[in-house]
Design a binder for this molecule. Structure first.
Ligand SMILES: Nc1ncnc2c1ncn2[C@@H]1O[C@H](COP(=O)(O)OP(=O)(O)OP(=O)(O)O)[C@@H](O)[C@H]1O
Ligand SMILES: [Mg+2]
Length: 329
């Protein structure tokens, strides 16, 4: 089976900055491929090149068997794009907006009505289909954008941060649509996200990107298995002192403070708990809670990028919107 996407040393340079650096990836037909990485890692730039929005500086790629550069038109017609698009026209209704896009993509007039009805149903906007978009909430708009990206039944759907800024319930909904789409229409999905739970639950494979390169690429369970051992989280009245004591015991790279709690990577969580408790008690540190768990994607991310994605999240809304606007220009 040929790959749906294959890149060969795909590179984008802005002045001296290598935003995407010799990227070699393959995406299989029907898979959900997650691109995860801190702000500025090169996710949007990668997706923008694969969507033909940005021209690569060097390297090549094929999408649906078409060459990204010499067959850009064919690539464009075979893909759907859901970027955060502030250009959505407020003065149209959802149905009008979908019709406009159907025309843009050359969907035959005889099929438009049916398709639009199906898509409105899929994204649960049937009731509001004839209301002006001006009256839509953020989540409803995002659902419409998702529907819009599907109007020409693309083979590949590119989603750049599809759920950023949405409440958990709406995010859950969007995930459900993405999964349904993949199963019902056999669509291949490339998704960028900051949300670990999203990447974990949706992706068949995840590539963690940093500084324009893939740091690690595997299925979510395999990524988590690469971190051997457990993570112990301690809340206590004197976290800094406890951090010093524990890192003296285990080594410097094994501990970090996240959201005011001490996180400790240990070989065996159960065995480590009494020892940590003992260290605290001997030093008059009061432990409020002590939990051992298996590593999650957040730990994987931290391990491979040296950064917590939570540090990035506070900046995400500003950074993201600005970076995307730049990337699209
Ligand atoms: N048009 C542009 N001109 C100059 N630099 C750019 C342009 N677009 C992106 N960059 C830079 O390229 C790097 C990668 O940006 P990109 O938007 O791809 O990151 P990202 O991984 O999508 O980040 P985020 O998580 O913030 O969306 C960043 O350093 C960014 O500042
Ligand atoms: Mg981005």
């Amino acid at each position: 089976m040929p790959y749906t996407i294959q890149t060969h040393k795909l590179t984008k340079t802005f002045n001296t900055l290598k935003a995407v650096d010799s990227l070699d990836i393959t995406v299989e037909p029907g898979e959900i491929f997650g691109l995860l990485g801190p702000n500025g890692a090169g996710k949007t730039t990668t997706v923008s090149m694969l969507c033909t929005i940005l021209k690569p500086t060097s390297g090549t790629a094929t999408v649906n068997g078409y060459d990204l550069i010499s067959e850009a038109d064919k690539v464009r017609k075979s893909i759907g794009i859901v970027f955060q698009d502030p250009s959505i026209d407020d003065r149209l209704t959802a149905r009008e907006n979908l019709t406009m896009h159907a025309n843009l993509y050359g969907v035959p007039a005889s099929e438009q009505k049916d398709r639009i009805a199906r898509i409105l149903k899929l994204v649960e906007l049937e009731d509001r289909a004839d209301d002006l978009l001006r009256t839509y909430s953020g989540g409803m708009r995002r659902r419409l954008e998702l529907g819009r990206g599907l109007i020409h039944y693309p083979k590949v759907l590119f989603l750049d941060e599809p759920t950023v800024g949405l409440d958990p319930q709406t995010r859950d909904h969007i995930w459900k649509y993405i999964k349904e789409l993949k199963e019902a229409h056999d669509i291949t999905v490339v998704l960028t996200t900051h949300y670990m739970d999203e990447a974990d639950r949706l992706s068949d494979r995840i590539a963690i990107m940093d500084h324009g390169k893939i740091v690690v690429l595997d299925t979510p369970p395999a990524l988590k298995e690469t971190l051997e051992g457990d993570v112990v989280t301690v809340r206590a009245n004197n976290i800094d002192a406890l951090n010093k004591l524990v890192s003296h015991w285990l080594g410097l790279n094994q501990t970090r403070i996240v959201d005011g709690a001490l996180e400790i990577t240990v070989h065996n969580g159960k065995a480590a708990l009494p020892r940590i408790m003992e260290i605290a008690t001997q030093n008059n540190i009061y432990v409020e809670s002590l939990i051992s768990r298996e590593p999650n994607l957040e730990d994987v991310f931290l391990h491979y990028t040296g950064r917590s994605i939570r540090e990035d999240n506070s900046r995400e809304l500003h950074g993201l919107a600005a970076a995307q606007r730049r990337a699209i220009r």
